[in-house]
Design a protein around this ligand. Sequence first.
Ligand SMILES: Cc1cc2nc3c(=O)[nH]c(=O)nc-3n(C[C@H](O)[C@H](O)[C@H](O)COP(=O)(O)OP(=O)(O)OC[C@H]3O[C@@H](n4cnc5c(N)ncnc54)[C@H](O)[C@@H]3O)c2cc1C
Length: 283
Amino acid sequence: MKRYTSMRVGGPVSYLIYPCDEEDLVTILQVAWEEGVKYRFLGNGTNIIVHDRGLREVVIRTTRMQRVAYKKKNNGAIAQVSGGASLKGFIVNSARHGLSGLERLYWIPGTIGGGIKMNAGSFGSRISDLLESVRIVDKKGKIVSYLKSEMRFGYRESRIGPSECVLAAWFCLQNRDKNEIWKDMEYVYGERKKRHPMDFPSAGSVFKSVEGKPAWKFIEKAGLKGTSVGGAMVSNKHANFIVNAGGATAQDVKLLIDKIKQEVFEQSGITLEEEVEFWGFNG
Ligand SMILES: Cc1cc2nc3c(=O)[nH]c(=O)nc-3n(C[C@H](O)[C@H](O)[C@H](O)COP(=O)(O)OP(=O)(O)OC[C@H]3O[C@@H](n4cnc5c(N)ncnc54)[C@H](O)[C@@H]3O)c2cc1C
């Protein structure tokens, strides 16, 4: 799994399946349901840490489901985009059409489906902001649509459960001058480059904010910048990033996360909660 996750850790998986389209995916889920096969959905693997032992479940990777279509509406368009499409690619594509609204999410490296499940956000915007509706497939292979108001979006959460897959999403985008859109995207990219350790593998922010306060403040206060376990290190640039500084294992990352939680609790009385997901750590 180290080949399929941005942290570049994790052991083998027995089956990695790439559905080509919705029909394919529904068939896979119906078979899995009938045969009692366990599975997980993988987008771009940018928010997960997979155990060194690997995974027993089948992994269904959505990244070949890439359709994007725009339908003009009043001062903009409704964009329909597949769950496996790259969020960054979608934002770039929309910018080329002069369609605005998601610029502040530029350079989040996941897919649309992963972004919706996590309600990904940056620079004060969340993916749910301009979302109209979502089409999902449930564990029995049944297709269901939800309006945004039914999605139960919260801070890094939604109603999407582990056995449900986001097939497609609809966003309401506005017409805007292309140069202005690109200017904002470049600003966001510049800020991310300044703040984030982009030169090393990572899974982005490891911990959630605590009552609106960013987790990096607590980690920095505990003097943990640069602390390492094996090849995993608390970034010197951004304390809420753990980077794979070379040859890290999932165990290194997990031990470092536990150490951070313990030291932050001892120093600030704060219990940090992980934003990243652990796969395969519970037996
Ligand atoms: C350098 C870096 C910077 C980052 N910056 C940000 C940031 O600014 N803001 C932010 O919010 N996040 C950020 N992240 C984290 C990550 O990119 C987001 O959480 C992203 O939305 C995850 O998408 P993914 O496709 O990689 O999901 P994955 O990591 O593949 O999966 C994450 C979860 O979503 C589920 N999932 C994936 N696809 C689907 C689907 N189609 N349907 C249902 N469930 C699905 C998985 O089962 C899993 O539970 C960053 C990560 C990195 C590495």
